[in-house]
Design a protein around this ligand. Structure first.
Ligand code: 13P
Ligand code: SF4
Length: 351
């Protein structure tokens, strides 16, 4: 039962001591999140993984996060994902074959190796980070996207940004790029469904991927809420649509959203567009300070793959480690890990 699982989790953690560090993303459910030694957004957690001295890095998050932990840690350290089925549907919207096809099709119009910096959102498979490493590109997260785009435009005139169109468009727009210079590459169409002129004029070519959780938030939901509570401040994750971000006063990563509301004046009201587990936890935390935190959507939308990691999977992993068995290791092949590390280290140096 739950109490027994909790007691065994604490015992297994105690037995492993400093040999094991548990990293927890903000979208994890409470029963898992409270066992994390370190919590954060994707950028903070990748830095933690890179700096960790622990033998085992247990990542309560999704697959690409554990891959990053493996790539950035030392070869003898072991990255573990408690449930191997915890993927990210957005990350799955781009794959190496399709991105290589895009690069070849761009080469029919421009010379991509001369004029395009490929930038992958950290929510992507390791072989795509490796692609960016090999083509003088880099990686970004939701908290450093602007700095990374600025760096990218210092290198070359255009950016190919994948997989999340919204993060790319929302960031580019706030840097002053006009919408018609940010074109969407529909990877189901020949040449992305774009004309030669569109490709030549584009500053950012946006892969047509999106987060199925954040696309549930709609601008009408904000309008309806503001009719009832005009005193509300709206804050959204940049994976939300352009229309939602246009109505938000604040846009940023999970860590930014937490910090902004924690540091806000008491007796303020917030409408938040990001994952439900985090919003509920934040609402409970700040309620005693008179701050009201509301979830943007009237329907439940949470990240079902983040939710896959439950206390039972975490317990199974920790008890096995304590008994000397490594289970659910995430190991990126050496070739991809080397090239992906180049791209990730460029990101960490820039931000
Ligand atoms: P951040 O925590 O980096 O803002 O990312 C959110 C997310 O969707 C992780 O998959
Ligand atoms: Fe992927 Fe969206 Fe879940 Fe983040 S919230 S892990 S982007 S599906």
């Amino acid at each position: 039962d739950d109490a027994e699982c909790e007691a065994r989790l604490l015992a297994a953690k105690h037995a492993l001591g400093q040999r094991c560090v548990i990293l927890g993303h903000h979208y994890q459910r409470d029963e898992v999140f409270r066992h994390a030694d370190l919590t954060g957004d994707s950028l903070k957690l990748s830095r933690e993984a890179a700096q960790s001295e622990a033998e085992y890095i247990v990542f309560c998050g999704v697959h690409f996060m554990a891959e990053v932990a493996d790539i950035l840690s030392r070869p003898e350290q072991i990255a573990i994902l408690p449930d191997l089925a915890a993927g990210c549907s957005m990350a799955d919207m781009a794959n190496l074959k399709a991105v290589e096809r895009c690069w070849r099709e761009l080469a029919e119009v421009i010379d991509p190796d001369q004029c395009v910096t490929p930038v992958t959102y950290i929510n992507s498979a390791a072989d795509l980070k490796a692609f960016c490493g090999r083509h003088n590109g880099t990686v970004c997260t939701s908290s450093n996207a602007r700095k990374i785009l600025e760096w990218s435009f210092d290198q070359r005139e255009k950016v190919l940004f994948f997989p999340d169109q919204h993060l790319g468009r929302n960031t580019g727009y706030r840097m002053g790029l006009p919408l018609d210079q940010m074109v969407t590459w529909d990877f189901t169409q020949p040449r992305g469904g774009l004309t030669v002129e569109q490709i030549k004029n584009a500053r950012i070519i946006l892969w047509k991927g999106f987060c199925s959780v954040h696309q549930m938030f709609r601008p009408e939901q904000i309008d309806r809420f503001l009719e009832r509570h005009p005193d509300t401040q709206v804050i959204a994750h940049p994976e939300c649509s352009f229309e939602v971000c246009e109505k938000a006063q604040y846009i940023g990563s999970t860590e930014y959203i937490l910090k902004t509301i924690r540091e806000a004046e008491p007796n303020t009201r917030w409408l938040v567009g990001t994952e439900l587990n985090m919003v509920n936890r934040l609402a409970d935390e700040v309620r005693p300070h008179g701050k009201a935190v509301h979830f943007m959507s009237p329907t439940v939308c949470m990240c079902s793959t983040m939710f896959r990691t439950d206390p039972q999977h975490l317990l199974w992993v920790l008890e096995n480690l304590a008994a000397g068995n490594v289970v659910n290791r995430i190991k990126v092949n050496d070739g991809d890990a080397h090239a992906a590390r180049l791209a990730l280290n460029r990101m960490l140096q820039v931000t």
